[in-house]
Design a protein around this ligand. Structure first.
Ligand code: ADP
Length: 400
């Protein structure tokens, strides 16, 4: 069964064509820095590897380019679009409606659209990917896997906000949690690595969006993003935690309109707002050259992560491992160093040399005597989605 995975992020589209159930990757790639004249387009097969810098102004353009390459007479990997049996999509917000992966129909699409109000940077791109994939891959079953599902185990004491009960009971205003596909995949890898029956893990996903999850015995028990993917850590363009009274001040005193506040906090804040750069590679480069704003932004970012590590260790009454994943977590030895330095009291002892090494596999970067393991675990949301898509499809074939 050929399963195409489409993971439409806020500024990137990752894609993989996989043969299931063996999980053999037929081709894979990424379109990064979408929205810029210098987007990076990567396409890899066993025989070819292409990296092109080109303008890709929106997700539609990116997906069209991917669909064309797959059937390209020279370097394509399929003869026609009909060869694809299923397309698995990552959708960020499933609200309370979706606790499991689902086959797409009009009702599902309508619900994803409705939930876009809660994930304005993501659900619209996810839905666009679904609609385009239906057009390009007409014979394929379209399946969605939600980022919120893994967090359905968060207890009410952690998922409920201290606002009147009716907002929880009648309006579903609560912590939903995000990046669940990634947190589930990497925490399962870490648990297998630790060889422990019972485990207390903090999973730190640092990409353009950033979040942390307390994972107790394989289950999400607390999480830094909330009702929407806005709060918690400092992100690429999102502020993370701010005192909500700032919103009233912006509106009542500084004359901002509400939609301007929304744009300010979700698209113009975070590392972008602090430095003028949205990409951590640029920020690190400028910090090395002595840019004070970039240096401070890196320190602020790491400090926020440290505070959440302390909070989640307390929530679980202990800690076996901290794991770093996603674009920044896997690649930025600088940020990992800032996070793990001066954390010996909690049992984290970073090995500077191991931290600087690169390795595509799960690896330990702590000293041999560190009471708590510090792991770098490459995430693979695409594989997790392919597994779920295969599972749901084989089940539905058996049913008919
Ligand atoms: P998303 O899926 O949320 O779009 P990713 O997980 O792909 O994000 O991560 C994107 C981020 O990873 C970017 O901010 C980028 O700067 C960062 N990144 C990628 N490679 C490196 C690297 N070598 N060093 C530091 N940061 C990196």
């Amino acid at each position: 069964m050929k399963v195409l995975i489409i993971n439409s992020g806020s500024s990137s589209i990752k894609y993989q064509l996989m043969l299931m159930p063996t999980a053999q990757v037929i081709c894979q790639g990424i379109v990064e820095r979408i929205g810029s004249q210098e987007a990076v387009f990567v396409y890899k097969t066993d025989n070819d590897e292409i990296t092109k810098i080109m303008p890709v102004m929106n997700h539609k353009e990116g997906l069209e380019k991917i669909a064309k390459l797959l059937v390209d007479p020279k370097i394509g990997v399929i003869k026609n679009a009909g060869e694809i049996d299923a397309v698995g999509h990552r959708v960020v917000h499933g609200g309370n409606s979706f606790s499991k992966p689902t086959i797409i129909n009009q009702t599902v699409k309508d619900k994803i659209k409705e939930l876009a109000a809660l994930a304005p940077l993501h659900n619209p791109h996810n839905l666009e990917g679904i609609v385009l994939a239906e057009k390009f891959f007409k014979n394929a079953k379209q399946i969605v896997v939600f980022d919120t599902s893994f967090h359905h185990t968060i207890p009410t004491k952690a998922s409920k906000y201290a606002i009147p009960n009716k907002f929880f009971d009648e309006h579903g205003i609560q912590v939903y949690g995000f990046h669940g596909i990634s947190h589930k995949y990497v925490s399962e890898k870490a648990i297998a690595y630790l060889h422990k029956k019972e485990s207390k893990i903090i999973s730190i996903h640092l990409g353009n969006g950033c979040s942390m999850t307390a994972v107790h015995n394989g289950k999400s028990v607390d999480h830094s993003l909330g009702f929407t993917p806005s709060n918690g850590l400092i992100m690429g363009t999102r502020s993370g935690d701010v005192d909500h009274a700032i919103i009233f001040y912006l509106v009542d005193t500084l004359g901002y309109k509400l939609d301007e506040v929304k744009t300010l906090l979700t698209r113009e804040s975070g590392m972008m707002g602090l430095t003028g750069y949205g990409d951590l590679r640029d920020i690190q480069e400028e910090a090395e050259k002595g840019d004070k704003n970039c240096l401070l932004a890196l320190e602020m970012n790491a400090y926020r992560i440290k505070k959440y590590i302390g909070a989640y260790a307390a929530a679980m009454n202990g800690l076996d491992a901290v794991l770093f994943t996603a674009g920044i977590g896997e690649n930025s030895n600088k940020l990992r160093d800032l996070v793990c330095t001066n954390m010996e009291f909690l049992g984290l002892e970073l090995d500077a040399e191991l931290n600087d090494l690169r390795n595509p596999e799960i690896r330990e970067i702590n000293t041999p005597t560190s009471p708590v393991k510090i792991l770098v675990v490459p995430t693979n949301e695409e594989l997790e989605i392919a597994k779920e898509a295969y599972k749901i499809l084989t089940f539905s074939l058996k049913e008919h």
